[in-house]
Design a protein. Structure first.
Length: 322
């Protein structure tokens, strides 16, 4: 009897490992299929020129919901990093775009305090990170201004970008428009399904499908465009915002998690191999293409890049904290 039980346990474990391997393999196949055409730099610059009028956003700021120091080797391939000993702090921001009439569009929502505490613990164990420091949720930090939030866009649907939706919905007294590409809304994998379900269940959002790419205009919010990126998740989106007025006519590119440190773009450094293979199934080839694309937008076309998870880069960007 004992031998049969042991055999059954081994078979059960083997089946579980097989299913896990199949799920991981399918996630890799799916992400590699996401290769939507990228817009040209000329098209993005032309959009900036056309959108810089009284209807575009006039202010940009950020709200950092949590910070967690960790080795750069957790986010950059150490063998290609020219500065492996430099300090690195992972940030979890939301970006706040404001229009002259007071409307606010939020790019990502970071996490709640409780969500941040739960998110940071595995990174301490697996990535050698220091304890995470939760700051505040976006809803808490916005205060009364949260009732000016009219729209949301997410660079992708991992929980550290979506988790703040719970506090926001508890505070909003009206629905906000949520703009998504087809890939983000229809093709989640196991790393983004929780975030997508949160948004589907959120009482404060009204989902709207973006159409007309490769540079998707955001209806009702001139000066903002979305690019279907892929690479990190099937629904990863790069967002472009063209500021006028107080913003000085600058264009900003929100990279999401295409890289987690600006040196990934500066020196064309991929993420650690095991991270892209096991932790978050990614498409390395597409990510390499996107790193070059982003660097070209900055170096040759003058757009400013904002990397979500690089706290030092955000602090040095000139963008004020809310």
């Amino acid at each position: 009897m004992g031998k049969k039980i042991a055999t059954g346990i081994v078979a059960f474990i083997a089946l579980g490992l097989l299913l896990l391997a199949l799920g991981l393999a399918w996630a890799h196949v799916s992400i590699r299929r996401e290769r939507a055409p990228l817009p040209t730099a000329q098209a993005i610059v032309a959009a900036a020129t056309g959108e810089r009028n009284e209807d575009g956003p006039i202010r940009l700021s950020f709200i950092n919901t949590a910070s967690q120091p960790m080795p750069r080797s957790a986010v950059l391939d150490r063998s290609r990093d020219p500065h492996p000993q430099s300090s690195y702090v992972m940030s979890h921001p939301s970006f706040v775009l404001e229009w002259a009439d007071g409307r606010i569009l939020l790019i990502d929502l970071g996490m709640t305090r409780v969500g941040a505490a739960a998110f940071g613990t595995p990174l301490e164990t697996l990535g050698g990170a220091a304890p995470i420091e939760p700051h505040f949720s976006v809803a808490e930090r916005l205060g009364a201004a949260r009732n000016r939030v009219q729209a949301l866009i997410f660079t992708h649907l991992h929980i550290d970008h979506v988790g703040g939706i719970e506090d926001l919905c508890a505070a909003l007294d009206h629905p906000a428009r949520l703009f998504m590409t087809e890939a983000q809304e229809e093709r989640p994998n196991y790393t983004t399904k929780t975030g997508l379900n949160l948004l589907r269940q959120a009482r404060c959002v009204r989902r709207e499908r973006l159409t007309g790419g490769p540079l998707f205009r955001v209806p009702g919010f001139p000066g903002v465009e979305v690019i279907a990126a892929g690479g990190h998740t099937s629904g990863s989106q790069i967002i472009v915002a063209h500021l006028q007025g107080d913003g000085g006519g600058r264009s900003y590119v929100f990279t999401g998690d295409i890289v987690n440190n600006i040196d990934g773009i500066n020196h064309d450094i991929p993420k650690p191999h095991l991270y892209s293979l096991l932790m978050v199934p990614e498409a390395p080839g597409r990510l390499g293409e996107l790193r070059q694309f982003l660097r070209h937008l900055r170096d040759d076309s003058g757009l400013s890049l904002l990397v979500s998870h690089d706290q030092l880069q955000l602090e040095q960007s000139g963008i004020p904290a809310w």
